[in-house]
Design a protein around this ligand. Structure first.
Ligand code: AMP
Length: 180
């Protein structure tokens, strides 16, 4: 008697998301590269592209310059599970939050998750004021020049208004993570 075929529930299509990475304490480039490798190794996350690394002056605080980048990922994690992953990776890098905008070893922000708009106690997506920050807008434009921000319109419309912020693209790309 032929066996009953198993019922296979197809995996949901992965979501497309963008993560901002920033560091301004310690070995900046090594920290960002380690964070990318940890993201790529996280179950349910695939890193599909990484922007250039950009130096930026800190916003709203004193301190050393930041090194920033944006990663494009595909993920089967929910937005909150993805935030948990980002916070766990931050913690591994010894991030402390003694005060708002304090210098940080590693900062990981969820910028966008598909075209979702999320507003909960723990999570706001698109990330608040992302369109006002050159260190997000310019690396994101490298990865997705035609991106439309949910509720905010085309990303390219914001380029001119952030161009006056001090930001320098580093010529050397970050070492790409080996996706698992
Ligand atoms: P920050 O110190 O800037 O990394 O902010 C961390 C806090 O922002 C955490 O309490 C998060 O729950 C909250 N948060 C809200 N929306 C986001 C987001 N899109 N990405 C990362 N953290 C977020």
């Amino acid at each position: 008697m032929p066996g009953v075929p198993p019922v296979v529930t197809p995996d949901p299509a992965p979501a497309s998301a963008f993560i901002a990475l920033g560091a301004n304490l310690g070995a900046l480039r090594a920290t960002l590269e380690a964070a990318l490798a940890e993201l790529a190794a996280w179950p349910g996350i695939r890193v599909t592209a990484v922007s250039s690394a950009w130096h930026s002056a800190p916003v709203g605080c004193e301190g050393p310059d930041y090194l920033n980048a944006v990663a494009a990922i595909e993920t089967t994690l929910t937005p909150l599970a993805l935030l948990d992953a980002l916070q766990a990776i931050e913690q591994r890098h010894g991030r402390e939050r003694p005060f708002v905008n304090a210098p940080r070893t590693l900062d990981l922000d969820l910028l966008l998750y598909n075209d979702q708009q999320i507003r909960t106690e723990r999570l706001t997506v698109p990330h608040p004021r992302l369109q006002e920050r050159a260190f997000v807008v310019l690396p994101l434009l490298e990865l997705a020049p035609t991106l439309v921000l949910p509720g905010l319109g085309p990303l390219s419309h914001y380029e001119a208004s952030v161009r006056d912020q001090a930001l320098t693209r580093t010529p050397e790309p970050l070492a790409p993570p080996h996706s698992g």
